[in-house]
Design a binder for this molecule. Sequence first.
Ligand code: SAM
Ligand code: SF4
Length: 343
Amino acid sequence: MAPELDGARGRARLVDPFGRAISYLRVSVTDRCDFRCVYCMAENMSFLPKAHVLTLEELDRLSSAFVARGVRKLRLTGGEPLVRRGIMTLISSLSRHLQSGTLDELTLTTNGSQLAKYAPEIKACGVQRLNVSLDTLDPEKFRAITRWGSLQQVLAGIDAAQAAGLKIKINAVALKGVNDDEFSRLIDWAHGRGMDLTLIEVMPLGEIGEEGRLDQYLPLSMVRARLAERYTLTDIDYRSGGPARYVRVAETGGRLGFITPLTHNFCESCNRVRVTCTGTLYMCLGQEDAADLRKPLRASESDDPLFAAIDEAIGRKPKGHDFVIDRRHKRPALARHMSVTGG
Ligand code: SAM
Ligand code: SF4
């Protein structure tokens, strides 16, 4: 069968061996962050040497290669994407694909700390929506979870983003004994401000120091059952392009999403791949298999070796993942941190 062609460029679209078209790329633009969230990083992280990290031009070239091969949605993440020096140059440059119609959406996942500074510029680049990660509305808990973050600064960032006309979705990681008494507060707050809220199950990625994930893990099936005692939750078909399953909360009128990689298998509809800031392509968040795209990127000014490496890697995209957190698996299922692939 002839490969499906992307109308705009005449290049074959990326389709994996299970027939899933790859239309969504997440790009981690830095492994660095101004926070040290307890489930994500150890406090004393060592970061990558600069020479290993792709330059802004290389990140642009790499992302644009995927756009040329049919990726319609691009999400910049990290680490914290907005602490990468010159990040606005990259966002502004990538926005040309929105203008040309080859990209449907350019977006970011951010901890919100720099939004007060960047929100208007981000909006001016054609970005419509942002995901902001926020696990608690309690300043002390916020400090305990992020170790270095300030809740006030993040809330000011959210205010600035909404004032600039950006739509915000809040992502909160559900942490047993930490924010599990706060979900209704978060729902009322987010929905009261016209923002969707998505709860995320903690995933076993990377060594994080003292606190074990067994202690943090809270199945969202339990959270949902508890919330259903207080709210009327109705399953809805809405999809945000990601793995979240949504319900409508009758009392607030807002949407609540659940991302349950451990208790719910969402692999069959997976349309995404991830690239790290060193140009490593991960075909699945839950598997170690990866492809080095930095080498072909740096080897030639032509994109042909890069396209060949991408094709070869997509041909190995696995059917699914196999995360387990239980007493027999005390080590993280994967050694890399979420800040490497950006979630
Ligand atoms: N710094 C940005 C932020 O926090 O939004 C972007 C990168 S961060 C790695 C992306 C998302 O991954 C955040 O929502 C964060 O809460 C989530 N995350 C990090 N480590 C996680 C883990 N072990 N399990 C589940 N979610 C995690
Ligand atoms: Fe930084 Fe985001 Fe990881 Fe928190 S979750 S340490 S904000 S990269």
